[in-house]
Design a protein around this ligand. Structure first.
Ligand code: NDP
Length: 500
């Protein structure tokens, strides 16, 4: 699916086109900094053109029956499934994530189109009882043009979570992907076109946050902004959108805890912690960045965790045997290294990793070893701030109460996992967590039907599930008077009259 070395254009109104300035962005492969592709760099003018196209297409798409939209989305899911091997290759090249992970992640994307296609076909409106001789019903109508701003860490998954409900609900859209990973979002355009999505429904304008992103999020013509990114970006975007009374959904940062009680078998708990902490080289919003371990098993868990962490195979991310690829960029590796330094300065013990791996293979890429800190307290910066790299801190606890306090003790509230064989304790703890997502005896699980989003500084709104579809609509209430009896409020006819 890669093109022949020519720059990828912006995808507007069903066709690729150069940016109005003619400028391009160089996309590099983080495994060795080699040149991957050039992509047109959009700015305000291009965002305006894309919104024009989306407004025109909205007249057709919003009027298309839900069942037809659903069929088209099913077709898009099938076509996407066929293109997956190529898309996986490009995603791995763009962000450096291990192929075995990307294959597993992207393999699930068609489910989002099937699920939301089915919702478009089957979603029912309501008939709230109004009292009196009235028929009263609600209709869900599309919002109009929606702006989707997405990050680099799961380029297609996060985009799909946003556009599937948005499209199913009859909206049209302008996407501003991360400038580090815009290729796969652009390629989706062709898949939608082949599936029968009308031109202009799906538009992609790669560019920088400060220019294209800002133009999109501050446009008065955009009816909803749906952003995934860092918490500071979320606050900035929400304040700009607020000035226009534009709806905002924001999936933001996290510092997820893995709470491990002492009845968890050590091997199972360690396998869980590895999965939670080091998937995506730690660059995921629900990364198990804090491992809270009950003190009686703490030393045994740490010993096994360190042993298994040192065995993680770092390497060329395209190789199916590789278990950890590079970080996405120089900036992201610098952040990781900065936090390793901060952890040491705070007095934590480096129990594993902490450095760039040695060897020729790693010389030019943004590699970093999976890293574990022990002797950490809940107030240290490495236990509070989102690092977004392969760094996990281990903190012991004695009681259930203490585990809950530690888990809730950050500004974030996205996700938590609880590991225990005690079913009552599991639910009791879950109900006291300030966390939008709680897994019991698992981590990282997601499904198109299941609401995804955070409490506190981790975001506003939810992705996935019926709630996501509904949040992409507005409600119209139609109240029908079924009575033919004459009604004249101002007539002095002695009738008792209903006012409200
Ligand atoms: P950023 O916040 O840096 O960027 C996210 C997106 O917003 C990018 O497309 C970016 O463009 C754009 N952007 C930046 N500034 C502005 C602006 N002023 N106006 C409009 N758009 C802007 O996040 P990252 O890409 O670095 O992604 C990592 C972050 O995403 C982490 O904090 C992580 O926790 C969060 N995340 C949350 C998830 C969740 O489900 N809650 C899931 C995955 C990630 P550009 O890149 O060009 O600057």
């Amino acid at each position: 699916m890669m093109n022949d070395g020519r720059p990828f254009g912006l995808y507007i109104d069903g066709r690729f086109q150069p940016a109005s300035t003619g400028r391009t962005i160089r996309i590099e492969n983080p495994k060795d900094r080699s040149h991957l592709a050039d992509v047109a760099e959009g700015d305000e003018t291009d965002i305006d053109l894309a919104i024009d196209a989306a407004e025109r297409a909205g007249k057709i798409w919003a009027a298309t029956p839900g069942a037809v939209r659903g069929d088209i989305m099913h077709r898009a899911g099938e076509l996407l499934a066929k293109e997956l091997p190529d898309l996986v290759t490009i995603e791995v090249d763009q962000i450096g994530r291990a192929r075995r992970e990307m294959t597993a992640q992207l393999g699930r994307l068609p489910e989002w189109f099937r699920y939301f296609g089915a919702v478009a076909r089957t979603h029912e409106d309501t008939v709230p009882p109004f009292g009196g001789k009235f028929l009263n019903y609600t209709r869900r109508v599309p919002l109009g043009v929606v702006g989707h701003v997405t990050p680099w860490n799961h380029p297609l998954l996060i985009l799909t979570k946003k556009i599937a409900p948005s499209m199913a609900a009859g909206n049209t859209m302008v996407v501003k992907p991360s400038e580090l990973a815009p290729i796969t979002p652009l390629l989706l355009g062709d898949i939608f076109k082949e599936a029968g999505v009308p031109d202009g429904v799906y538009n992609v304008v790669p560019g920088y946050g400060a220019t294209a992103g800002k133009a999109l999020t501050s446009s008065k013509r955009i009816k909803k902004i749906d952003l995934t990114g860092g918490t500071e970006t979320g606050k900035m975007v929400a304040s700009i959108a607020g000035a226009n009374l534009t709806k905002v959904a924001a999936e933001l940062g996290g510092k997820a805890a893995v709470i491990m009680f002492d009845d968890t078998p050590i091997e199972r708990g360690v396998a869980a912690a590895l999965f939670a902490s080091f998937i995506a080289t730690g660059q995921t919003c629900v990364q198990g960045a804090r491992l809270l371990v009950q003190r009686s098993v703490h030393d045994a868990v740490v010993a096994e965790l360190v042993r298994r962490t040192n065995m993680i195979r770092i390497g060329n991310p395209q190789d199916m045997a590789t278990q950890m690829g590079p970080l996405v960029s120089a900036r992201q590796r610098e952040l990781t290294e900065r936090y390793v330094k901060i952890g040491l300065e705070e007095g934590a013990t480096l129990a594993a990793g902490g450095k760039r791996p040695n060897g020729k293979l790693f010389e030019n890429g943004y590699y970093h070893q999976p890293t574990i800190f022990t002797n950490v307290t809940g107030s240290m910066r490495i236990a509070q701030e989102e690092i977004f790299g392969p760094v996990v801190v281990v903190i012991p606890f004695d009681t259930e109460e203490e585990a809950i306090a530690l888990s809730n003790g950050t500004e974030f509230g996205l996700a938590t996992s609880i590991w225990t064989r005690d079913v009552t304790r599991a639910h009791r703890v879950a109900h006291r967590l300030e966390s939008g997502i709680v897994w019991i005896n698992d981590h990282h699980r997601i499904d198109p039907c299941s609401p995804w989003g955070g409490f506190k500084m981790s975001g506003i709104g939810r992705e996935n599930g019926l709630i996501a579809y509904e949040e992409y609509t507005q409600i119209q209430n139609v109240i029908v008077n079924l009575s033919d009896e004459p009604f004249d409020w101002y007539a002095d006819d002695g009738q008792e009259k209903r006012y409200s």
